[in-house]
Design a protein. Structure first.
Length: 359
C-alpha cells in the first residue's frame, strides 16, 4: 500500500527521547509501527537518525515532530535543522488538547510520543526553523534578569525579618546588603546588554517601538514578549496566543449540579504572564479604555485580580495585532472613526485598524 506521510514523533525530557514512528497510508489509515528510546545528546541523535533511515521509506520525506518542553527539545531540533530535515515543534497546549480527544486513560512517555505521532499524521503542522539569534539571546537575558529580581526580593524579605529581630546580627545584615548591591549591579548590566542588542538590530528596534506605542508597555515588556514568542513565530491567531501564555479561561460546567469557578489555565508560558502584570496595572490607571473594562468586570463579579487578568489578555492580543500589522497603536482612532461616521452620515464604514479590533 502506498504511504502518503511518515512521521517521527519524539517525547523529550532532560535525558531521553522516546520515539514513535508513524505513517499515513493511501486508504487514510494510520499506523504506529515502531518505538525506541534514545539518549538526549548528540550520540543519541545520530543513533536515532540511523534507526529512522532503516525503518522508513527512502523515496518519501520524513517529518520529525516534537513538543516544546522548556529547553530540552532545542538541541535535538537544532541537530535536525542542520541536517536539513523537516521539523515541527508543537506547543504543549496543542498536544494536551489533542490528547483529550483520544480519551487516553494512561499517560506515559510512550503514549505521549504516540499522541504526538497521531497529531502529526492528522494535521499539516507548520515547519520549525531555528530562532532568530538576537531573540534567542534576549530570551536568555530577560530570563536571567527575572531570576535576579526574584532572588533580590527573597533577600530583601530576609533582610526585613533580620532587622525586625530583637538583636539583629550585624554581620548577616552586612552580607545581605552586599548581595543586594551585587544583584542590582548585575541587573543594570543585563539591561545595558538588552539596550545594546536593540541598537545593533534595526529590525528589532522597530518591532520594540511598535509594541511600546501601546499605553503601559515599556521596552522590557516588549522585549520579553518578543523573545518568549520568538517574534510571534509559532502564533497564528489571538486565541492560540492567549493559550500559549496560559491566560485562557478554564471552566467546568455540566447541567445544574456541576459548576466550577472559571479560572485561567496557567498552563502556558509563565514569563509572559509575569511580564504583562505591571503593564496591565499601568494601563488600567492611564488608559480610559482599559479602566472601563476593568471597572465593568469588577462590577460584574467583584474580583479585581480576574479583571486585571482580562486586561493582561487584551494587552497581549493588542501587541500581537500591532506587531503583525506593523501599525502603531492610536489611542484616538475610535474617536476619528466616530467623527468620520458622523460626517458621512452612514454606519457602513468598515473599521480594520488593529487598535480598534483589539478592544
Amino acid at each position: 500500500m502506498k504511504i502518503l506521510k511518515q512521521v517521527v514523533a519524539a517525547d523529550v525530557d532532560q535525558r531521553n527521547l522516546v520515539v514513535t514512528l508513524g505513517r499515513l497510508n493511501e486508504d487514510l489509515s494510520t499506523q504506529l509501527y515502531a518505538h525506541k528510546v534514545f539518549a538526549n545528546d548528540k550520540k543519541g541523535f545520530t543513533s536515532l537518525v540511523n534507526w529512522v533511515d532503516k525503518f522508513t521509506a527512502r523515496e518519501l520525506s520524513v517529518h520529525f515532530v516534537m513538543e516544546a518542553t522548556g529547553v530540552y527539545h532545542e538541541s535535538f531540533a537544532y541537530f535536525l535543522d542542520l541536517r536539513g530535515e523537516l521539523v515541527s515543534v508543537v506547543l504543549s497546549n496543542v498536544t494536551s488538547n489533542y490528547r483529550r480527544t483520544l480519551e487516553l486513560k494512561t499517560i506515559t512517555d510512550k503514549t505521549s510520543s504516540e499522541v504526538i505521532a497521531r497529531l502529526a499524521l492528522s494535521r499539516n503542522l507548520l515547519l520549525w526553523h531555528r530562532p532568530d539569534a538576537a531573540l534567542k539571546k534576549l530570551k536568555q537575558l530577560t530570563r536571567e534578569r527575572d531570576q535576579i529580581v526574584g532572588e533580590r526580593v527573597l533577600i530583601k524579605n530576609q533582610l526585613h525579618a533580620e532587622k525586625a529581630e530583637a538583636e539583629p546580627n550585624q554581620t548577616s545584615l552586612s552580607r545581605m546588603l552586599k548581595r543586594i548591591a551585587l544583584l542590582n549591579k548585575q541587573e543594570k548590566e543585563i539591561q545595558s546588554e538588552i539596550q545594546q542588542m536593540i541598537r545593533l538590530h534595526p529590525g528589532l528596534k522597530e518591532e520594540v517601538n511598535l509594541i511600546c506605542s501601546i499605553p503601559g508597555v515599556g521596552t522590557l515588556t516588549a522585549v520579553t514578549v518578543l523573545a518568549e514568542t520568538n517574534g510571534f513565530d509559532l502564533i497564528r491567531n489571538k486565541r492560540q496566543l492567549t493559550s500559549y501564555a496560559g491566560l485562557d479561561v478554564k471552566e467546568k460546567q455540566s447541567g445544574t449540579s456541576v459548576k466550577g469557578k472559571p479560572k485561567i489555565s496557567k498552563r502556558g508560558n509563565r514569563y509572559l504572564r509575569k511580564a504583562l502584570y505591571m503593564p496591565a496595572l499601568a494601563a488600567i490607571r492611564s488608559n480610559e479604555r482599559y479602566k472601563t473594562v476593568f471597572a465593568r468586570l469588577v462590577a460584574k463579579h467583584g474580583i479585581k485580580m480576574k479583571a486585571a487578568v482580562a486586561v493582561q489578555r487584551k494587552l497581549l492580543e493588542l501587541m500581537y495585532i500591532v506587531h503583525k500589522s506593523k501599525t502603531p497603536y492610536q489611542h484616538d482612532y475610535q474617536l476619528k472613526c466616530a467623527d468620520l461616521i458622523n460626517q458621512k452620515g452612514s454606519q457602513s464604514i468598515t473599521i480594520n485598524h488593529p487598535s480598534y479590533q483589539a478592544g
